[in-house]
Write a protein of this length. Sequence first.
Length: 567
Amino acid sequence: MKLPRVSLWLAASLSLLLVCPLTAQDDGWRTIEFETTEVTSPDVEVSPDGEWLIFTILGHLFRLPVEGGSAEQLTFGPYYDSDPVFSPDGNRVAFVSDRDGTEGNVFVLESATGEITQVTHEPSTGRVNLNPAAGRPTWTPDGRAIVYLRFVREVVPFREEAALVRRVPLSGGEPETLSAPPRLFRSVFYLPDGRLAWTVVEREGPSSTHTTRIEAMSPQGTVSTVRVLSGYADHVVVSPTGDGLYCHCRYPRAYGFSDLLFVPLPGGAEREIVPVSRRSHFAVAADNKSLYLGEDGRLWRIALPDGARKYLSFRARVKLEIQAPTPPPTWAPAAVGSSAAPRSILDPRLSPDGHRLVFGAAGYLWQQRLDGGQAERLTAGSAFERDPAFSPDGRQLAFIRGEYGRDQVRVFDFDSRQMRTLASGPSYWGLSWSPDGQRLVFAERGAPDHRVVALNVKDGKEEKLTETRQLWSGRPHLSADGQSLHFSDGPRSGLLTLYRLRLTEKAQREPVTQLTRHLNTALVSPDGKWLAFQRNTELWVAPLGNEPVREKHIRQLSADGGESFVF
């Protein structure tokens, strides 16, 4: 069954107490009803009078007394609603919904009548599952307009989507852009003095930490910095007493660690209220004594300022519109020798004689002779195949085969058409041959650190060459004389460096690169004269000398380098 924009694990986390029979509708959608006492990571909002909570269950808005009890469903239909915000008078709720057919726009719900009106009409960005077209709404203090973020298709570095700050009057008319060009705006709000403020996240490189700049706009349009925070400040709520801000602050390099903080204004030390595990749309009561949020399947009241938790018991009867899925087309693996033409490929590898190309497509390895004909599947079976590597003489092909959570290093002989398995383990990466064809080099998962090993092709014996913190950072490979190992390493979420390790006793790794921006899949040319690497899908090269390669030495070879490359 299809739940619009809702993951199945989210639905599975609910305690279903009563399930009603499915009711068929003419348009293919069905209505189901059930009762629950749990909810996963809801958006939570508290009314100005402190009497009611609005929160979300499976993409719909519900209303609940702040003391708990029976929750009332407010929105219905095959839509996904989120980010509820009460108007200053408490009579309306702005929220984000995809009910207009976009990824999401801002709508307003009249509490007394249940009438819903669309406020923004931003077009789809074409980037489904990143951000809505319009989101993060907040009311102007007079309740006559809504300020929101207009997410744009432009993606700033590191795969994060930028936005514009815009304001739209509820009386009608075109929205006004308040801050341009697009930046990483993540929350908009009004300070106690009436100035519009927002958070904007900044980051210099993939190895650097995030910082968040809190900026405010004067009535004359001048923007000034209020505070700078360490971390990624997402949702922000102004303290009702006007002495600071409550912020949800994430620390991406710390594997999801995040806090709810109190940030005093105009200055002073930040104070942790409570740790949280994920993005939290929380709310603060008007008396500044309670903070409400959803966590671990429950609704919580957090006492301020000490952070003591109290579970809010509730029961909700949920009505959802769902649709039976369209059965996927049947598909079977292509047989060995099949000439079905692949339309998209990975890991192209040219044989040493230049007559044969081997590549990955649809999870399998294929070969194609360059003198004509169609591509054919190389091996049999339904396991996933990757990382093909020709032996120096071109008579054998090594590759990694993955099935049932384990990887195998296999070698295929083109003359005999025979296959051998040389090693088996939880995870391998980056396969290459030694120049003499006697060994295979690859990265092997380990704990706490991974390792780069050399595998003897004749007897399958392994030799550890070095340890590395990065498993998927590139393809470890030997120099042309076989006396040195080249491999990439660095902090688990930081900048990578290409190293050279001479294969002698007690040798120390030597940096080949000293770059200030990231590199990926760094390879040294067979003659040892060139370095090539990727940045995103770009290809960059640099000549190799006695000194480490720096930014001033590199040049872009191609703006479009695909997902993999080889000399």
